[in-house]
Write a protein that binds this ligand. Structure first.
Ligand SMILES: [Zn+2]
Ligand SMILES: [Zn+2]
Length: 734
């Protein structure tokens, strides 16, 4: 291991500003020194006592960091700095996510403000490429801005290894995974009911649907059964979809309807004849016990339709307007068509009554548009049959058997519940911004060819035909970020994958346990045969003083950098860590930050006093004086405190560790020990040598103990010590 020689001088650190109060505006200069030292890169670390690695959750390159990111940076940097000081070969790998759909949404809002839209750009020749390039530039400038923010928070990550989810090497890993899944029969393309947002014109995964309680109307509609000269009553919230009805379903055990199975009814808008089928899944006690079946626009009906080999009539287009097949609703949007339907049904006497109805409605988690279930060709990962055994089960077992530990533990239960009920994963998105799905379709036989090398395939893998059409969908962004731990390490330093995989800890917010953590476990195990990380640490969300979630629309978002400029990164980090236990939300309070800014000053003043005293007493760090028995005891007490703090950090109790160090430094070291020794030093008795040695050693231990939490002020103090064992506190022995 080579050690970089440090040739620059610490001018700002050495001049007489030590006489002044602590100035946190110098944090940036300290960060630059760390970065130049090369010690963020594990290849430059002196000794290696095992490996330690955290892959930083890549922030979305579509905006600025918020205070939640500051929590992530603070907690991960604590683990990284602690383990580096413990002598581990420590890597913290940063990155950024192109964040497909999310970024396109942000970008489309920007276009909207400029009076245009994605659809306008796509109309131009080469529109797809133009749009892609525009979003690319947008993310690159955001990315740069975010990197600076991460640096200002003090993150000691290795920028030489930074990754972006659209790096060509990352894409090639993602493609290999897709090909492996395809070859092993674990991905398929099928017509499926998908969750469609008509505003964004893309399908959403089940997780991206947000359920809302809504007040709607329930319409009771009479369908005539000519052969029996009777009617059957059906309750629906969506009369506008009636032209898409292909059957009525009743439970064959339902006495009321038993003899109707096999008969025909008349759908009351376009007056077509539809069969009445018997299906055990129909709940006799729910509604009228009879259901209209509209397979093209309802997930449950789609399944009923498959069981009875019913046709599908898609009456709604992808842009949210009805088409010809809807008869009188052609050209209308949903609400307009609903009014029209009610009018028609009323006129014909088919509307029996209207009730108020409160129910759960699926909406787009970004724009709140009501989700339209639509039938589309989509790519899916099988997680319910073959995939259940080969992808899902190993992930569940890795947590059950304790190979992966989740903090807080109660989140494991939530994880199991979700994994047991998982459905096939729709990985195609109808947007431009993302990794294109590497598939071509034969224009002759229709068969797909998966082609992950450069360029397009020469001919169809099935029939040899040479005209192929490229898939225009891109991957769901979680499909690429779900491969992040191995994709990053396989494409960075030569031995990185060997040295650092499985990684030590995955630290992220509990809100993306399913979106992200579960997918990383599944894909990591599937592709590499190994777990991606040993521990999952889920931090809480940051809420404002009134416990409200922070959001732009509420106007309570805190810009972490404004806070850093005002109070220093050290103070912000402490405020976000103390009182923050895994999985519990943390309250953002400016008074708390002020309190820790005062603590930075306190620590600085302690150091000034100790070093000034050492100087005036002619203390020589090379000749550490003999400690008196009493001072020996005090030093031991300090070491015990440090051991306690260590234990807390190793048990992921960062808040407790920070508080132990804080209270010791302020209330024991400053208030008691220094006050006592002041008198001895003033007397200049024979106990002075011991006293000054003790103060010096406790100061050194104190800044070590606090360094993972408050890296800047502790490093600034370290640089002023008369004799240092290392160039930086960052690489001192814990
Ligand atoms: Zn939407
Ligand atoms: Zn073909």
């Amino acid at each position: 291991m080579h050690q970089k020689s440090i040739e620059f001088t610490y001018t700002f650190l050495m001049n007489d500003d030590f006489l002044k109060p602590y100035d946190h505006s110098k944090e940036k200069e300290i960060y630059d020194l760390w970065e130049k030292s090369g010690f963020f890169n594990p290849d430059n670390l002196e000794k290696t006592d095992g490996n330690y690695c955290i892959i930083m959750p890549p922030p979305n390159a579509n905006g600025s960091l918020h205070v939640g990111h500051a929590v992530m940076v603070a907690i991960e940097d604590i683990m990284i700095r602690y383990n580096r000081m413990k002598g581990k070969n420590t890597l913290w790998l940063p990155g950024a996510d192109h964040a497909g759909f999310e970024t396109q949404v942000v970008f489309e809002k920007k276009l909207e403000k400029e009076g245009t839209s994605r659809f306008e750009i796509l109309k131009q020749e080469g529109g797809r490429e133009i749009l892609y390039k525009k979003i690319w530039d947008f993310t690159q400038s955001n990315k740069e801005h975010m990197e600076n923010q991460v640096k200002q928070l003090g993150a000691s990550c290795d920028w030489e290894r930074e990754k972006f989810t659209l790096d060509p090497k990352i894409i090639s890993v993602v493609y290999s995974t897709f090909k492996k899944l395809y070859n092993e029969g674990l991905v398929y393309r099928a017509k499926r009911i998908v969750n469609w947002c008509v505003k964004h014109q893309t399908s959403l995964s089940d997780l991206e649907v947000s359920w809302e309680q809504r007040e709607d109307k329930l319409y009771y509609i009479k369908y005539k059964i000519p052969s029996q000269k009777r009617e059957i009553l059906i309750a629906t919230t969506r009369p506008e979809t009636i032209p898409g009805d292909v059957a009525i379903a009743v439970n064959p055990k339902d006495k009321r309807y038993k003899d109707l199975v096999g008969e025909k009814a008349i759908e009351p808008i376009t007056q077509k004849e539809i069969p009445i089928v018997g299906d055990d899944a129909v709940d006799i006690g729910f509604g009228t016990g009879a259901l209209k079946i509209t397979p093209a626009h309802d997930g449950v009906d789609f399944e009923v339709g498959k069981r009875h080999s019913l046709e599908t009539i898609a009456t709604l287009n992808l842009d949210g307007r009805f088409n010809k097949l809807s008869g009188p609703f052609e050209g209308m949007k949903v609400n307009e068509a609903r009014e029209k339907a009610v009018e028609i049904l009323q006129k014909s006497g088919s509307l029996d009554k209207i009730d108020n109805y409160s129910h759960q409605v699926g909406t787009c988690y970004k724009c709140k548009s009501v989700i339209e279930p639509m039938i589309l060709d989509q790519w899916f990962i099988d997680l319910s049959e073959k995939g259940k055994k080969e992808i899902v089960r190993p992930a569940i077992d890795s947590v059950k058997k304790g190979k992966i530990k989740i903090f807080p533990k109660f989140q494991e239960k939530i994880f199991f519940h979700w994994m047991e009920n998982i459905r096939d994963w729709n990985i195609s998105r109808q947007i431009v911004w993302g990794i294109p799905i590497p598939v071509w379709y034969c224009t002759a036989c229709g068969k797909e060819t998966v082609h992950i090398e450069k360029g397009s395939p020469k001919n169809c893998s099935a029939c040899g035909h040479t005209e192929l059409r490229k898939e225009t969908d891109v991957f769901d962004t979680w499909f690429s970020s779900g491969q992040w731990p191995f994709a990053t390490l396989q494409t960075s330093g030569e031995n990185d994958f060997k040295n650092f995989y499985p990684t030590s800890v995955m630290e992220t917010g509990y809100d993306i346990l399913f979106f992200w953590v579960a997918r990383m476990i599944m894909l990591g195990l599937y592709v590499t045969g190994k777990i991606p990380f040993e521990t999952v640490y889920l931090h809480g969300l940051v809420r404002d003083k009134d416990k409200q979630k922070m959001s732009k629309s509420k106007g309570n978002v805190v810009d972490p950098l404004g806070v850093v400029e005002q109070f220093g990164a050290d103070a912000l980090r402490m405020a976000l860590v103390v009182g923050n236990s895994p999985g519990q939300d943390v309250i953002y309070d400016e008074n708390k930050i002020k309190g820790y800014r005062n603590f930075s000053n306190k620590l600085w003043n302690i150091a000034r006093f100790v070093l000034a005293s050492a100087d005036s007493h002619g203390f020589n760090a090379d000749l550490r004086g003999q400690l008196t028995a009493e001072d020996e005891k005090l030093l031991k007490q300090c070491e015990e405190i440090k051991t306690k703090a260590s234990q807390e950090i190793e048990n992921y109790r960062f808040s407790q560790a920070a508080e132990i160090a804080y209270h010791y430094v302020w209330h024991d070291f400053a208030d008691k020990i220094i006050e006592d020794k002041k008198k001895i030093l003033a007397e200049n008795s024979d106990k002075s040598d011991s006293a000054i040695t003790l103060l010096y050693l406790i100061l050194l231990d104190s800044i070590k103990m606090l360094h993972p939490f408050m890296p800047f002020v502790t490093e600034a103090i370290y640089q002023r010590l008369p004799k240092k064992d290392k160039e930086f506190l960052m690489v001192e022995e814990w």
